[in-house]
Design a protein around this ligand. Structure first.
Ligand SMILES: [Zn+2]
Length: 661
């Protein structure tokens, strides 16, 4: 077991295997949030705001990069959402969309949205379009068992591998490419996007958009389902070519750049975040040392650019910026980071990566959406003192701030809406995994859920009953078709000050960040854990201090004035769009803290209006304690979970010249 490093050695990789998507179900508040988003949120109503995001791009082969990316990402998330206990209407919408895509399959086997004459010309992020199509269909396959969806992805992969290879390299421009230009499609976005290489002074070279590397997502998934090595070999070919090509960017994932610790992260955050799971996959699938080193380097670089709420610096590039409390991050980067960290957790088994995922999902991600699921912030931060449509807080290239609250943002900004749909479904899909030897089950990301799978040939259901992160207790209830012995593992979060366990007649072993319970499990068995979650202070890179309890970061809500930009969008009255401005005369983030003891005088107090079904709107606890205004005046403040706030101060300068009020 590797103690300091985040990546374990070859013999132990992967540590876990993912379960099929349909084997895990959300329960409690997670199921409630997903159901709400699917019925009333923008997730379930995207086409009212963006009517172009339908299967039309596949049916008519429009070649649009934006349509394939957005519809594909949305369909991936929405398929999971609909099958995580949505209603029949959601499922039938998903079934109808997938049917239209499958019906548009060509005799060659190809399923995609590129017109035949523009294929294999390195245009319009074509491989990325095909990757989004592929993951959406594979999610559908795992949820429904529909073999036709899997077969379509396999057939398309064969067509792709026959056309993009050493002879026609996908990531290196070829003579004559300039004669092909994809025309932007009216009303669709992203067709002519550029690659941000990090230097605002340089003219933007027209490079191949590095999203295309993510065809590796399809390779990894097909390898897992079929065991065929050709998918590993193709993924390695893609990564090697990406590393060696000057025609594609951003560069952060290129092996020589990644392995140089002196080079900071520079590129577009969403690209950086998604790219990092490529070496994770190749490390385990090939066993080659170079990819382990690359994986370790990737996780170390991620850590250096992690903002206080867990998100990667990404407004929209990383640009080597410090992960300050007010540093912006993009929703796309947060979702992609969640997926990449889940991949690292599965392969390398480090429980700290599990802590990081929970922190990111329960803080940054929940704090960049409204609890009712009607709006998201394209850009957000831990500390947000105003949320305007256009404002330049971060890197100069980002002239469209998109910090405001919107169901879909303007054209060019819907990427985040689609990716936000994936966020919680991806979390749920990684909550439970099987140990790599197949012998045991592990609860790796905590929260209300249920797993139902076979262990040792016996059907086992484990219900995880908890309001976590709004409850400190987690209870597991077992139901088995017959008594069956296996190790049952629970990740112990790093912030748990103490852990009490109740597991009658089970042998308990402990490792770093995990407890393993072993016995012959029978229906009616339970395992219960109770975490002691002290209030604790976390130091930020600028010396400011953030306040946390358990998996939640707490913030001081700031008074805000709402400026309505649009009263309704897409004919849905709830889909408004607004900015939040600081109340006139109020300084932006006025509070400071006096950390005279380890909790700075903050105590958890129960919220009498706690709603276990809608905990982000009505959270369980507040933290009460003293904060100080600039002139030294103290006041008892009531902090809320960051995911329950809008304008907020999440980190506080330290004062040493005051005594408690
Ligand atoms: Zn985005």
């Amino acid at each position: 077991m590797c103690a300091a490093a985040m990546v374990c050695g070859a013999p132990e990789c992967p540590v876990y295997e993912p379960l099929l998507l349909r084997e895990i179900q959300p329960r409690g508040w997670m199921a409630g949030q997903l159901r709400n988003d699917a019925l009333r949120g923008v997730a379930g109503n995207l086409q009212k705001v963006r009517p172009q995001y339908t299967p039309a791009t596949w049916v008519h082969k429009t070649g649009s990069a934006g349509a394939a990316e957005l519809t594909g990402n949305w369909l991936d998330g929405y398929t999971r959402m609909a099958y995580y206990g949505g209603y029949a209407s959601e499922r039938s919408k998903v079934n109808r969309y997938v049917r239209e895509i499958l019906d548009a399959q060509e005799p060659s086997g190809y399923v995609g949205n590129m017109p035949a004459d523009l294929r294999w010309k390195r245009l319009n992020r074509d491989l990325f379009n095909e990757s989004r199509t592929g993951v959406a269909l594979l999610a559908y396959y795992e949820m429904t068992g529909e073999q036709e969806a899997l077969d379509a992805v396999i057939a398309t992969a064969d067509v792709i591998m026959a056309n993009y290879n050493e002879d026609n390299p996908p990531f290196i421009y070829q003579p004559g490419d300039e004669n092909y230009r994809a025309e932007p499609v009216e009303g669709e976005e992203g067709a002519d996007d550029f690659v941000d290489d990090g230097d605002p002074a340089k003219p933007k070279p027209r490079k191949i958009n590095g999203h295309v590397l993510m065809y590796v997502d399809v390779c990894e998934w097909l390898y897992r389902l079929t065991g065929e090595k050709k998918y590993v070999e193709y993924a390695e070919f893609l990564y090697r070519q990406y590393s060696e090509s000057n025609d594609i960017g951003p560069d952060d994932i290129k092996l020589d750049v990644l392995l140089d610790p002196e080079i900071p992260l520079e590129g577009h955050g969403a690209h950086v975040a998604e790219h990092f799971r490529v070496p994770f996959f190749l490390a385990c699938a090939t066993g080659k040392d170079i990819y382990y080193k690359a994986s370790q380097a990737a996780l170390e670089k991620f850590s250096r650019f992690r903002t206080p709420s867990g998100a990667l610096v990404s407004d929209e590039g990383v640009h080597g910026q410090m992960p300050l409390p007010e540093q912006g991050y993009e929703y796309c980067a947060t979702t992609e980071m969640t997926a990449s960290l889940a991949s690292a957790l599965q392969k390398f088994g480090n429980p700290e990566v599990g802590d990081w995922i929970e922190w990111l999902v329960f803080n940054a991600a929940q704090g960049a959406r409204t609890p009712d699921g009607t709006m998201i912030n394209y850009l957000s931060a831990a500390t947000v003192t105003r949320a305007k449509e256009r404002m330049n807080l971060g890197y100069p290239h980002n002239s469209n701030g998109r910090w405001h609250y919107s169901p879909a943002h303007q054209v060019g900004g819907s990427c985040c809406t689609a990716n936000a749909v994936k966020l919680m479904p991806y979390y749920v899909g990684s909550m439970w995994m099987r140990s790599a030897d197949g012998a045991g089950l592990a609860a790796l990301l905590l929260g209300p859920s249920e797993v139902r799978t076979r262990v040792g040939g016996v059907l086992v259901t484990i219900r995880e009953e908890t309001g976590y992160p709004f409850e400190d207790r987690v209870r597991f209830h077992f139901e088995t078709a017959a008594p069956v012995e296996f190790p049952f593992e629970v990740r112990i979060p790093g912030w748990a000050g103490s852990v009490e366990t109740y597991a009658p007649r089970a042998a308990v072993t402990e490792g770093k960040g995990r407890k393993i319970f072993r016995k012959k499990w029978r229906t009616g068995d339970t395992v219960e854990l109770k975490f002691g979650h002290p209030v604790r202070l976390r130091e930020c890179v600028n010396g400011e201090v953030a306040i946390a309890r358990g998996p939640l970061l707490y913030a001081q809500p700031l008074p805000a004035e709402k400026k309505v930009l649009k009263k309704s969008r897409g004919g849905v009255p709830e889909f408004t769009e607004w900015e939040l401005l600081p109340e006139s005369g109020e300084p932006a983030a006025p509070w400071s803290i006096a950390p005279i003891n380890p909790d700075a005088g903050f105590k958890a107090v129960e919220n009498p209006a706690y709603d276990p079904e809608r905990p982000w709107a009505h959270p369980r606890w507040f933290l009460e304690g003293p904060l100080y205004l600039r002139r030294g005046k103290g006041a008892v403040s009531r902090l809320k979970p960051l995911g329950s706030t809008f304008l907020r101060q999440a980190a506080f300068p330290v004062r040493r010249d005051v005594s408690p009020p």
